[in-house]
Ligand binder design. Structure first.
Ligand SMILES: [Fe+2]
Length: 183
């Protein structure tokens, strides 16, 4: 008889994902050191912006830490997860990770959080509508290891989330178009 794989219930899963050390280890295990550090920096910016704009700080932590969790999957794995999001297969492959992260976290860890998933699912294109989604998009683009001066972006985003988001998005769309990634 095949033993059924133990699945944690929703309360135990949330308990696991409430533990910052558990989430840290998960990200460390899944990604290269460089990308792990990027996630940590994104998380720091997310938390600063969340505190400033009245967003749940733990959800900001989760969005920041987990947003790139599937960025280093093999092409085969990535395409197989994308079978759940076939409607987005027309996009360029570098954008797939915002969708594959959702399936990965659901299937491998039984984790589901609507607010965190909305933020992750829109973080490459900045199409999210919630404050958390806007915060993650900004943080991903302006965290310090990006290697350019983002002091003004951060000041603006702290002062006014909508203005900061619009400013960072305009910069990012220019960057994506130049590299042929957009659309
Ligand atoms: Fe990122």
């Amino acid at each position: 008889m095949i033993k059924e794989k133990h699945r944690l219930n929703v309360f135990d899963v949330w308990k696991q994902f409430s533990n910052e050390c558990f989430v840290d280890e998960l990200v460390k295990k899944q990604l290269s050191h460089k990308r792990y550090l990027h996630c940590k920096e994104v998380t720091n910016v997310c938390i600063k912006l969340a505190k400033q704009h009245g967003v749940d700080v733990h959800l900001a932590f989760l969005a920041g830490m987990l947003h790139d969790i599937t960025k280093e999957l093999s092409k085969e794995e990535s395409v197989s997860y994308m079978q759940y999001y076939k409607e987005y297969l027309y996009l360029k492959a570098p954008l797939y990770h915002q969708y594959t992260a959702i399936i990965f976290l659901k299937q491998k860890y039984n984790f589901y959080n609507k607010k965190v998933f909305h933020a992750i699912m829109h973080h490459t294109l900045g199409t999210g509508t919630s404050k958390l989604a806007k915060i993650l998009f900004i943080a991903d683009k302006i965290e310090p290891t990006r290697g350019y001066d983002t002091t003004y972006h951060m000041e603006l985003a702290l002062r006014d989330l909508e203005l900061g988001f619009a400013y960072v998005k305009a910069d990012n769309q220019k960057y994506l178009k130049e590299r042929g990634v957009f659309g």
